[in-house]
Design a protein around this ligand. Structure first.
Ligand SMILES: [Zn+2]
Length: 269
């Protein structure tokens, strides 16, 4: 489904959603020269509407009945893609979203305060058996609730599972990195008894494929492979190019570097 969608590229660059020729630190610690800032698009509703119409067009003959996307960013996408499909087909196409399940551990009543202690056993990052218990203490104020979010999956809440059941569903997402969130969304659609007809995305920057997601079609508006140099192998660091601190983990990276330099200076003196 590769088509020239250069106007979308131009639009994303214009809105500051696709930053080029910068020195960025990614969440995974790697360095790069480009960055996708999807949050920069959503306030510009006319741009969102245009992009979503393009996303919808590829699926207008697939008898899509529901568009589903992961919250939070995907909420705008499912609305506009479903709107465009409704306009194009003359049928009502529904828009719904999935979210991480939330569990209430405890709620303080009116006029009540509940002190709590949580002991978290966090496995070490190298995956061996040792765990590092962390104790968190706090007080629930009146009418406050202690809620944990389960990030391992997403679900349809708010009665949306009933809307998906037995229907043909298009899954929409803004940025595909590993495709993990979309995979969870596809699973949620299937768990709710819906049938995924395809996935549409704005950015595919991880080389994600339809096969990997286990869906019939994946259509991304922009396919791009971005450099992600391991720290220490970054050519921009070698050239002392300043790190962008407004996005990604640039600020944290510089703070760590400064702390390390201070520690080194202390041990040298
Ligand atoms: Zn670097």
């Amino acid at each position: 489904m590769a088509r020239k969608r250069s106007w979308i590229v131009a639009l994303l660059v214009e809105l500051g959603a696709w930053l080029k020729n910068i020195h960025v630190v990614f969440t995974n610690g790697g360095h790069g020269e480009e960055y996708v800032n999807k949050d920069a698009v959503y306030p510009y509703v006319l741009a969102v509407k245009r992009i979503c119409a393009e996303m919808a067009r590829a699926f207008k003959d697939d008898a899509v009945e529901v568009v589903a996307a992961p919250a939070v960013g995907g909420v705008a996408l499912e609305q506009w893609v479903a709107y465009a499909l409704s306009k194009m087909t003359g049928r009502q196409v529904l828009g719904v979203y999935v979210e991480k399940p939330r569990h209430s551990l405890c709620k303080a009543k009116k006029g009540e305060q509940i002190p709590y202690t949580l002991v978290l056993e966090i496995p070490s990052s190298n995956g061996n058996q040792t765990v590092k218990p962390v104790t968190v203490r706090g007080v629930l104020l009146p009418e406050q609730e202690l809620i944990i979010e389960d990030g391992s999956r997403v679900v349809f809440g708010r009665g949306y599972a009933d809307l998906v059941k037995g229907r043909r569903v298009l899954v929409a997402e803004d940025v595909l990195n590993t495709g993990g969130t979309v995979e969870k969304t596809v699973n949620a659609v299937e768990d709710a008894g819906g049938r995924v007809v395809g996935v549409t995305a704005v950015f595919n920057r991880g080389g994600v494929t339809a096969e990997k997601l286990g869906v019939p079609v994946l259509d991304a508006m922009v396919d791009v492979q971005m450099e992600n140099w391991p720290q220490g192998e970054c050519p921009l660091c070698a050239q002392d190019v300043p790190i962008h601190t407004g996005i990604g983990h640039g600020k944290q990276f510089l703070a760590q570097k400064e702390a390390a330099a201070k520690a080194a200076a202390r041990s040298a003196s």
